[in-house]
Design a protein around this ligand. Structure first.
Ligand SMILES: O=P(O)(O)OC[C@H]1O[C@H](OP(=O)(O)OP(=O)(O)O)[C@H](O)[C@@H]1O
Ligand SMILES: NC(=O)CC[C@H](N)C(=O)O
Length: 496
């Protein structure tokens, strides 16, 4: 989903943006520090803000900060404000609700049954509709985040136990979610019925951990146990004797899992294993398939870093064309770097990427990127490579054309701003970008790279609406208001 107000000032605002990362641990003496480390490993999923809530057996503590995890949660004084053996944390890239401290998660509330904190990666497709309903009945919302609705539904549930109330609440939610909840005795993990967003379970010193990606387990030397299944709720509870019980529930109707294929294309860290598949391997295989589907005569394969690198390695291996780092990325340019003037905005990609002339001049270059969204990156990079002396510039993209927006926790532009919707055919798109040739991986080529088999049109194995328009859940907020017009939806969101 988009943030129209931010867009004008965001040098990276044209691209896809990240989602959020969640991390939680129960029963460990270093709960908050481990959570901070886990969030640090999940930083790529959200760079706007981060928060941690802990409980020390007596009371809850919460700390929230705008900005990067490392800018705040490395300070021992801050971590000392988060005592206790149980904690959950969140690193945010907003999809609903503005970039402001009040929307930073975990969200915490004191309810009849005691305090509860929740952390959510994803986006609810009926969040605005439910929000309007609860506000109409007297609820006072403290944020504009879609996630807050869950707290209200827990508070209003007629069930008695916190677990049942939590399950009652999430059953009313539509869309994508990987969620953690922390109560005085429990750490609860839940994944939406389709399993759009990832969530894994691990263990450190015998204490349970849940997090968005396995890279957050690796950073603290924790052991991967398994993925939380689609539609599953896992409840870990500290007993009076200090032992921890684990209860697994499947309240959602059993439907096949359809994890988001874009986790493999772009979002997840390449060293993570998502739904049992290595992200790096999937990306490399996508590059290999691309070389088979759309070969090109060239002297050098150059990745558009960072996203395009594993696919470029695969393309080079498959084609036999040498791989070189023809573009160097400045790692000190953040993904949400903000500059207010149009003139400075035009520097965007050059601030982040610069040509490595020595590997480009006089050569036929094939550029590999993981995806094209608005085409801003491609236009600038093609010009940059030509300026560096390339004789030909070909673009190969390791995913299909993107025609549709996301409503499950990824920040995509409105459909009319997607490059694929602006040009009648690939030749016109290629002319706009200024390349000598342009080709995208087919949907079957991507499916094969990630899951080993082609797309099953009757029962697609992945969530892939970006390419196909096949949304795996209802889009109540969008369609319930009899509109598919993104601008009207943006207005509805602002009004919400
Ligand atoms: O067509 P566009 O609208 O320009 O968007 C596509 C670009 O955005 C992403 O990169 P990002 O800038 O997020 O950097 P990364 O690859 O380093 O993560 C992606 O890897 C493409 O390069
Ligand atoms: N990207 C996400 O997962 C965002 C979570 C939540 N919808 C928010 O906007 O805070």
């Amino acid at each position: 989903m988009t943030h129209p107000s931010d867009d004008d000032f965001d040098l990276e605002g044209d691209t896809l943006h990240e989602e959020c990362g969640v991390f939680g641990i129960l029963g460990h003496t270093d709960a908050s520090t481990l959570t901070a480390l886990g969030l640090h490993a999940l930083q790529h999923r959200g760079q706007e803000a981060a928060g941690i809530v802990s409980f020390d057996g007596r009371q809850f503590y919460q700390e929230k900060r705008m900005g990067l995890v490392g800018d705040h949660y490395t300070d021992p004084a801050l971590l000392a404000k988060l005592p206790g053996t149980m904690a959950i944390g969140h690193t945010r890239y907003s999809t609903t609700g503005e970039v402001a401290l009040r929307n930073v998660q975990p969200l915490f509330a004191e309810l009849e049954a005691g305090g509860i904190a929740i952390a959510h990666n994803g986006n609810f497709t009926n969040g605005l509709t439910l929000r309007r309903q609860i506000i109409a009945t007297g609820a006072i919302c403290q944020s504009t985040s879609d996630t807050e609705v869950v707290l209200h539904l827990i508070a209003r549930s007629r069930h008695s136990s916190t677990t049942d109330r939590f399950i009652d609440a999430i059953r009313q939610m539509e869309g994508g979610y990987a969620m953690l909840a922390l109560t005085r005795t429990k750490l609860i993990a839940a994944r939406d019925p389709v399993g759009i967003r990832p969530l894994v379970m691990g263990e450190l010193d015998g204490k349970p951990i849940f997090c968005s990606e396995t890279c957050a387990l690796d950073i603290i030397g924790a052991k991967y146990i398994r993925d939380v299944e689609n539609g599953e709720v896992i409840i870990c509870e500290i007993q009076p004797d200090g032992s921890i019980t684990i209860e697994e529930r499947k309240p959602a109707r059993n439907v096949p899992e359809r994890p988001c294929i874009f986790e493999y294309v772009y979002f997840a860290r390449p060293d993570s294993v998502v739904s049992g598949r290595s992200v790096y391997t999937a990306r490399k295989r996508a590059g290999m398939n691309l070389a088979k589907e759309a070969p090109v005569e060239a002297d050098v394969v150059v990745p558009v870093p960072d996203g395009g690198t594993p696919a470029a390695i695969g393309f080079a291996q498959q084609s036999g064309i040498p791989f070189e780092l023809g573009i160097i990325r400045n790692h000190y340019v953040g993904r949400t770097f903000i500059e207010p003037t149009q003139q400075i905005r035009a520097f965007g990609v050059r601030l982040k990427h610069s040509a490595n002339r020595a590997e480009i001049a006089g050569k036929r270059v094939v550029l590999i990127d993981d995806s094209i969204v608005r085409g801003t990156t491609s236009v600038k990079i093609v010009q940059m490579i030509r300026d560096a002396g390339a004789t030909e510039v070909h673009i190969r993209v390791a995913s299909p054309m993107i025609f549709h927006s996301d409503y499950y926790g990824i920040d995509t532009p409105d459909p009319d701003k997607l490059l694929a919707n602006q040009y009648a055919d690939i030749e016109a798109m290629c002319r706009y970008i200024g390349a000598d040739s342009l080709a995208f991986l087919t949907i079957d080529g991507l499916y094969e790279a990630v899951g080993g088999e082609k797309r099953d049109a009757e029962a697609p194995q992945f969530t892939d609406h970006y390419f196909t328009g096949d949304y795996p859940t209802r889009l109540t907020d969008l369609n319930g208001h009899a509109t598919n017009d993104p601008k009207q939806v943006s207005l509805l969101k602002e009004a919400g």
